[in-house]
Design a binder for this molecule. Structure first.
Ligand SMILES: [Zn+2]
Length: 417
């Protein structure tokens, strides 16, 4: 379906009307953050609200996940909206009325806002249900921070009975609160993690402290390869978004290196350290490993040590489906205004997302939802103790997702010849 002006105006109005409802949900969740794998209060709360809206709620999916279906006609297509629900082991520094009640745990990645937008979008859709040419599935996914939740949800069947035509997602971002950024390709990096172990060469008299010193040297050498550093302030972040709009080659083909000795039980970790590589393509990740090996060989040769590298984990790149993005873009423009949209020509290189697993199964796309307001000292810098959002972003998020989901229901009809 195409979002005409009248429908776009109605979606905007419904989104504004839903604001107090969404803000309450966001604040309730913010005050009760739960770590990955422990989201039981969160899911019970969300299930209760979704039940009240009249959706078909499916509980205990993939651990503490749930999904809720809005069925208007089972013979028609379905589109899905995935949000994440978990919090982080960070102590909240904000002194706001809705601050975390749990010491050391905080919604510092905005998943409380994502969940509120998920429920808000569902509420708006129930009001529009006469106009919906299909069915909608709202997926509330646990364990995103551990990147284990998406696969658990998929294995539990959220992409079956029926198979959604498309899946959409969003993430709050340190952009001004009325802006949405999109890509029609790579959206976030994939990664590879390795464990490196050093051992003394035969006949060498190296002690454990010596091995640790070599390990530290190796880490420094790996970190030295970095061309890009994570922006740490609002202004640095704004400059970085500008770069992403017309990125230099080194940013299009980025590689981000990470290396560190384990902080926990250092006495049990002699000569071992972790290595992480994020890059724009799997090919670049392999090239990065070659570079790392060369550096370690050089350092180890000079220091009478051997090294061994073991692959311990990986995550695929998160790529937006270009056809899907193009097909929902007119709806996004109609509902939030073209001047609020930013096309990025490169991925944000420092983060990963397990939304990637859904996009391997069906066409999918994610969007950056601006949630910052520097005048109110709300910077939306992810994973920081003073993370907070301008809550007006809930309205734009719900309007954007409502209109794009409606458009996505017609996705294949529009793109097939
Ligand atoms: Zn997040």
């Amino acid at each position: 379906m195409h979002i005409n002006q009248a429908l776009a105006a109605r979606i905007k109005e419904e989104s504004r009307d839903a604001f107090p409802f969404m803000r309450q949900i966001r604040r309730d969740l913010h005050a009760h953050p739960e770590l990955s794998g422990n989201e039981s209060w969160t899911t019970a709360y969300l299930a209760n609200v979704l039940d009240t809206l009249g959706l078909e709620v499916h509980r205990n999916i993939g651990g503490h996940g749930l999904f809720a279906d809005l069925i208007t006609d089972p013979s028609k297509p379905m589109a899905a909206f995935r949000v994440d629900i978990d919090a982080l082991p960070i102590a909240e520094a904000n002194k706001v009325p809705y601050r975390s009640k749990f010491p050391g745990i905080m919604h510092a990645c905005g998943h409380d806002a994502h969940s509120a937008i998920g429920v808000g979008t569902a509420a708006i859709m129930t009001k529009l249900s006469d106009e919906i040419p299909g069915n909608l599935r709202f997926i509330f996914q646990p364990e995103e921070e551990e990147i284990t939740g998406a696969l658990r949800m998929i294995h539990a069947g959220v992409l079956t009975r029926p198979v959604p035509k498309a899946i959409l997602g969003l993430h709050v971002a340190p952009l001004p609160a009325d802006e949405i950024a999109w890509t029609d390709g790579l959206f976030l990096a994939g990664f590879d993690h390795y464990l490196a172990s050093l051992s003394p060469k035969e006949n060498s008299s190296l002690s454990y402290p010596d091995l640790d010193a070599v390990a530290k040297r190796c880490c420094r050498a790996i970190l030295h390869f970095n061309h890009w550093q994570l922006p740490e302030t609002w202004q640095e972040m704004q400059n970085f978004w500008q770069l992403l709009k017309s990125p230099p080659k080194t940013l299009q083909n980025f590689i981000i290196y990470d290396a560190s000795l384990s902080g926990e039980h250092p006495e049990a970790w002699h000569g071992q350290f972790g290595i992480g590589v994020k890059a724009a393509t799997p090919h670049l990740r392999r090239a990065a490993l070659g570079r790392i090996r060369a550096a370690l060989s050089r350092i180890c040769k000079l220091s009478q040590t051997n090294y061994h590298i073991e692959h311990v984990g990986s995550m695929m790149d998160m790529r937006n489906d270009a056809q899907l993005v193009q097909s929902v873009l007119p709806a996004l423009k109609a509902s939030v205004g073209e001047n609020h949209l930013i096309q990025l020509k490169a991925a944000f290189p420092f983060n990963c997302e397990d939304f990637a697993y859904y996009t391997k199964e069906i066409p999918g796309a994610m969007f950056w939802l601006g949630a910052g307001n520097p005048e109110e000292k709300k910077y939306a810098l992810l994973h920081t103790p003073d993370f907070d959002i301008d809550e007006s972003s809930l309205i734009i998020g719900a309007a954007a997702m409502t209109s794009m989901l409606l458009e996505a229901l017609g996705f294949h009809e529009m793109t097939l010849p």
